[in-house]
Design a protein around this ligand. Structure first.
Ligand SMILES: [Fe+2]
Length: 167
């Protein structure tokens, strides 16, 4: 729906949406093996702060490595070489304002999906806000969820939220 609304590549977003959690049920060791053996698949994002943030702390690596692992499987097993799609899958847990349109759409869809607890204005915003405003709104929701639940948020995510707000 978002890909259509933003005139994006609907097929690419759909595939990224289907595939983004495909490695989540694998053990952490299996995810690590996939990423270590296929690190060349992700060279194009390996220097990005968002990607590095996944590996900066063991707690977050364990939660977020399924994204990079899924991107490696798409590349290696399914011969998917579109950078935007691989980026969307690899970084779906990490907000990064330089991400492609497809990656932002997947991030937003994952965080604001109907099965998650939504803020009362979420549906209206999904239908009306421009992509970057919706992206900022989504990061704001993520920040609220973590601060309300008392669970630790990825420091990189809270850092870019304050950076965006202070622009
Ligand atoms: Fe995920």
């Amino acid at each position: 729906m978002l890909a259509q609304r933003f005139d994006g590549n609907v097929e690419m977003c759909y595939l990224a949406g289907l595939a983004h959690d495909m490695c989540r049920e694998l053990s952490f060791e299996e995810q690590q093996n996939i990423v270590q053996q296929n690190s060349n698949c992700l060279t194009f994002i390996s220097q990005r702060d968002s990607y590095k943030a996944i590996f900066a702390d063991d707690h977050f690596t364990r939660k977020m490595l399924h994204g990079p692992a899924a991107a490696c499987v798409l590349f290696r097993t399914y011969n998917i070489f579109q950078f935007d799609l691989l980026e969307a899958v690899a970084l779906h847990s990490v907000a990064d304002e330089t991400m492609s349109q497809c990656a932002k759409i997947v991030f937003i869809s994952d965080k604001l999906e109907p099965l998650r607890e939504q803020k009362p204005d979420a549906q209206k915003n999904l239908n009306t806000l421009l992509l970057n405003d919706l992206f900022t709104y989504t990061i704001g929701c993520v920040n609220s969820w973590f601060s309300e639940s008392g669970k630790p948020i990825l420091p990189y995510t809270s850092k870019i939220y304050s950076r965006i707000l202070n622009k």
